[in-house]
Design a protein around this ligand. Sequence first.
Ligand SMILES: Nc1nc2c(ncn2[C@@H]2O[C@H](COP(=O)(O)OP(=O)(O)OP(=O)(O)O)[C@@H](O)[C@H]2O)c(=O)[nH]1
Length: 340
Amino acid sequence: MHNTQNLEQTSHILHLALPKMATLSIPVTPENYAIWFDYFAERNLNLKRAIDGLIANGVQFTPEVNLGLYNRFIEEQSPEVIENVQIETQILINSLLNKIEQLNVGTESFSTNLNEFGEKLQTNPNTDELNLIVGSIIAEVDQVIANNHQMSASLESLSDEIANLKDEMENLSKVAMTDELTSLKNRRSYELFAAEQMTKFVDTQTVCSLLMIDIDNFKMFNDTFGHLIGDKVLAYVALAMKHTVKGDDLVARYGGEEFVVMLPNAKLIDAVNVAEKIRERIALKQLSIGKEKKQNLGHITVSIGVATIQTGDDVDTLLSRADEQLYIAKAAGKNCVKFG
Ligand SMILES: Nc1nc2c(ncn2[C@@H]2O[C@H](COP(=O)(O)OP(=O)(O)OP(=O)(O)O)[C@@H](O)[C@H]2O)c(=O)[nH]1
């Protein structure tokens, strides 16, 4: 259970971490957020010492420095740390909503008091008593007006706070599901989506198919043109895949130069057709770089393995069948689609 102290602490940390990250120009990725959450939570003293040392020495928090901190101090705890932050933030929002409800409760005592005055009026009060009742009603009304001013100011600041927290949370969960380099969904997002499709298949026999896609000879490409151009090729392939599939389909970067495309409602034959379209589209274009596009990168090709869901499958078995087909495609000379 989370107690009030926990809520206040989380809110406090949240309001310390985000501005600090902004000041240091650190992007709010889940990994970076986990580092700075832990820093302000002071539950990892080694991490705190390391960061204080970096700040004292004027070291910039470059992506490499951030990654180093993450690998050294956080990795083992993630993604649980990130999930905890999200859960605790959600609890914080709920507690703020409760406060709003409590503010509304104030008006109840006003109506109770009015009812009491009404009852007194039925008892034929004399002038003095009448004066007292009218005086009391005026005082009550004044009090309600004062409370209302206070309440609307509190409500305004609370709703601002909730809106900010909501934005931060949405941003955090979006970032947690996105691959930074290609802007595709990331592996975690794919795994959640695939698990949903498995459940759908068990419940309603709705089929789905999976494409496992790997860029051919990417190492040679990287070695020849450098990693930065390699990154651009990843982005090009990502875009080509995205533009070939439909709205319900999920395209994700599985890792390195490997991608997955999950096609809900697609039988094997439909999935093979989509795979062929993707393969052709990527291979079609001759890529070039440089100011006048003088440096020719040639054609990029991909190999694709396709598998469709079967009874008894889980996320891993479906993936490993698609992976087997991908391996067969590579062995068959690359730039082709294999399925089974
Ligand atoms: N530029 C860039 N390269 C990456 C990234 N992730 C992985 N790589 C590179 O991708 C290459 C993958 O090489 P291999 O696994 O040997 O595969 P390959 O050269 O494509 O060979 P085949 O799959 O057999 O066609 C390695 O050189 C990795 O360094 C990335 O994010 N950016």
